[in-house]
Design a protein around this ligand. Structure first.
Ligand code: C2E
Ligand code: MG
Ligand code: MG
Ligand code: MG
Length: 282
């Protein structure tokens, strides 16, 4: 009798809905627990100069070592954290960990390059955001110049939101502002002159199609030129091949990030990529 009910499409639909809901609820409580235990970790991905492929900065990318699901990528749990209004708490934990790693590297004699931290658009609507970030940086006694923030361009759809004031305040304190996923939103080039930023990160989707699309190459080349004319530097994301790196360097793109240079690395593995402490440099 139960058999029949299970096989009906409606019952199957309900069963899978139920499973989905349970899964989300489980993840939700796991995420709260992880934040409570400060269990999230940070990986670092090198950003290099395209001219010499020398380490210039690094991006902090959050990871969740889940007790049963393994190391989880942010695309899975950042949207959940946003929906649960936990993304600011998460972002602050990432910043704290980055500051702690920077302070530790410095105490060990390394001179780590600046680290950029991703901010969720939801964080930018907090009136006190800049102060909260600067307080955390000061508490760890690292220089504001050693921290950078990455924000996506969708933030600027509103012409004069609170975000710009926060970005100004951060830049005045020495924290550089990077525009992430540049080119994926609405007419990027038409608003860029109004945004307080220092660097744009050309989205990986452009980099991927560069080598076999001549018209896209023309657009990217001119965009880099225009961004430079505004006094803003350019990082290309998701560089995976030598051809892409060469092409972007020829287009005067300043920096590159991607698997060609390095995957995101745990802090310990990143240590080995830092310029060695002076005492060891001989
Ligand atoms: P994003 O800020 O654009 O970060 C770049 C993503 O591209 C990272 O994915 C990185 O691992 C990946 N990537 C780097 N090089 C390559 C490459 O050569 N090929 C390919 N296919 N991918 C590459 P990840 O770490 O999974 O992060 C995904 C997104 O999650 C990030 O995109 C960012 O928007 C968000 N995210 C990461 N950490 C944080 C965080 O601490 N806070 C917030 N709010 N968002 C974060
Ligand atoms: Mg980013
Ligand atoms: Mg990006
Ligand atoms: Mg991206």
């Amino acid at each position: 009798k139960a058999r029949q009910a299970e096989d009906s499409p409606v019952a199957v639909f309900h069963a899978s809905m139920h499973a989905q809901t349970l899964l989300t609820l489980q993840l939700e409580s796991d995420l709260r627990q992880a934040l409570h235990e400060r269990a999230l970790i940070v990986h670092y991905q090198p950003i290099v100069t395209l001219a010499e492929q020398r380490l210039s900065s690094m991006e902090a990318l959050v990871r969740w070592p889940h007790p049963t699901r393994g190391l989880m990528a942010p695309n899975v749990f950042i949207p959940l954290a946003e929906a649960l209004d936990l993304v600011h708490e998460l972002g602050m934990q990432v910043l704290e960990q980055v500051c702690a790693d920077l302070a530790r590297w410095q105490s060990e004699g390394y001179t780590p390059p600046p680290v950029s931290v991703n901010l969720s658009a939801r964080q930018l609507s907090r009136p006190a955001l800049a102060t909260e970030l600067l307080d955390a940086i000061a508490r760890h006694r690292v220089s504001p110049a050693s921290i950078r923030i990455e924000v996506t361009e969708s933030l600027f759809a509103r012409p004069d939101g609170p975000a710009k004031a926060a970005l100004q305040q951060l830049r005045q304190a020495g924290v550089m502002v990077l525009i992430d996923d540049f080119g994926t939103g609405f007419s990027a080039l038409s608003y860029l002159h109004t945004i307080p930023c220092d660097v744009v990160k050309l989205d990986g989707s452009f980099v991927r199609s560069l080598t076999d699309d001549a018209r896209l190459r023309a657009i990217v080349r001119r965009s880099i030129e225009l961004v430079h004319d505004l006094g803003i530097a350019v990082v290309a994301e998701c560089i995976e091949t030598e051809d892409q790196a060469t092409l972007l360097h020829e287009m005067h793109c300043d920096y590159g990030q991607g698997y060609l240079f390095s995957r995101p690395l745990p802090a310990d593995a990143m240590t080995a990529r830092l310029p060695p402490p002076l005492a060891l440099a001989g």
